[in-house]
Design a protein around this ligand. Structure first.
Ligand SMILES: [Zn+2]
Length: 108
């Protein structure tokens, strides 16, 4: 059976959150170490970040990247980097944020 976009996003959120947990378990010092994300440009924790080719992405952007790959929105990390620049992926980002907001509401 085909997974819905919502199911894919939920799965990716779990996987990507787990990366932070795993990184911190392996090296708790990572929580204090920051870098400039190659995608969103913000100063972010190294925990849960991933190196894609020439770019190191923060955990938030890893979620965007992995979700985008899983949904077939793009196939190359360069596409995400370019899209972040001209905001072509705003819709996808909004979709994920909406999904997060919906989940929070369910938790409350
Ligand atoms: Zn980022």
């Amino acid at each position: 059976m085909e997974k819905s976009n919502e199911e894919i996003i939920e799965e990716m959120q779990l996987v990507v959150n787990q990366m932070v947990v795993d990184d911190l378990e392996e090296n708790p010092d990572l929580a204090q170490e920051y870098f400039d994300c190659g995608c969103c440009g913000k100063s972010k924790s190294l925990a849960g970040s991933i190196q894609y080719g020439n770019y190191r992405l923060c955990n938030d952007c890893v979620l965007l990247a992995e979700t985008g790959f899983a949904l077939g929105k793009f196939t190359d990390i360069q596409d995400l980097i370019d899209a972040m620049e001209d905001k072509r992926l705003e819709e996808l980002c909004k979709f994920i944020k909406d999904e997060e907001a919906r989940k929070k509401q369910l938790e409350n």
